[in-house]
Design a protein around this ligand. Structure first.
Ligand code: SF4
Length: 270
């Protein structure tokens, strides 16, 4: 069987950046230093297990508060994940860093996500309606929406976009970085047609866009597609769904052990 590996496979630049920083922290760990991540650094179980094996624990905000109040004087470092956090949690962490001299916060929010925080913060007010094309329960969406003032909503599809009542306010449209590109194009067209005063920002990450385009191209010409990525990764889920539409024999696996090799007899390329 002919096997093609997608050029865009592997960690994206945002994850590479966070991984490099956490590796540096582990290698340069001070005596007794405790290193934590606020939630999992990235959505990849195998990667997160390897961090845990190196003594880096994923904690919640409540847990880090309890850890800081346990009376130990050890240096404590907390890394913020690539998807970012809400404005409120960010303020609480800064206040904790101010009141605990041994506590350091390292913000590894991807610059592409930070850009959307800035867009939401600078373009919204009581006259606007901020609309985010994203997943309701995804930390990135929750972080982004927290930076918007005025009315705001998360939509998950073109259908939901058409059902919105923007109450005469100025629409501000953004997307979570890993959303489905084709669906966002439909939503943008709808907004442009219906709201002449809408401000529309292209915030799907270039890496995501290129990967989705490449995955669709490969899925269209392959008999079998294997998508490798975390089962809780929104990015991987989108790629899997897009590939499955074009290639029915698509598998989503986290590790080689999960690969099912009962490919159809006619399969010549993967
Ligand atoms: S925004 Fe793009 S580069 Fe940044 S973490 Fe997400 S996928 Fe990676």
């Amino acid at each position: 069987m002919n096997i093609t590996v997608a050029k865009g496979s592997g960690f994206c630049p945002g994850v590479k950046r966070a991984d490099a920083e956490i590796t540096r922290l582990i290698n340069e760990r001070k005596l007794n230093e405790r290193i934590f991540t606020l939630g999992h650094l990235i959505h990849n179980r195998i990667y997160n297990e390897s961090l845990a094996a190196l003594g880096v624990r994923s904690v919640t905000l409540t847990e880090i508060k309890e850890i800081l109040d346990d009376g130990e004087e050890s240096p404590t470092t907390l890394v913020i994940r690539t998807h970012g956090i809400t404005k409120e949690i960010h303020s609480q962490l800064m206040a904790l860093a101010d009141s605990h001299p041994n506590f350091t916060v390292i913000d590894m929010t991807c610059p592409s996500v930070k850009r959307i925080h800035k867009i939401a913060d600078e373009n919204t007010n009581e006259c606007t309606y901020f609309v985010l094309f994203g997943s309701h329960d995804h930390p990135e969406s929750q972080g982004i929406i927290s930076y918007a003032y005025g009315k705001k909503a998360i939509i998950t599809s073109y259908k939901e976009a058409t059902a919105l009542d923007l109450e005469g306010k100025i629409p501000i449209l953004c997307s979570q970085t890993t959303q489905n590109l084709l669906e966002f194009i439909k939503i943008k067209k709808f907004f442009k047609k219906l709201y002449t005063n809408a401000k529309i920002f292209d915030t799907i990450c270039n890496v995501t866009e290129n990967r989705q385009n490449e995955a669709i191209r490969l899925a269209n010409k392959s008999d079998v597609m294997i998508v490798v990525g975390g089962k809780d990764s929104s990015n991987t889920e989108k790629l899997y769904k897009l590939c499955r539409e074009a290639c029915p024999h698509t598998q989503w696996i986290e590790s080689a052990a999960e690969l099912k090799t009962d490919f159809p007899d006619s399969a010549k390329s993967a």
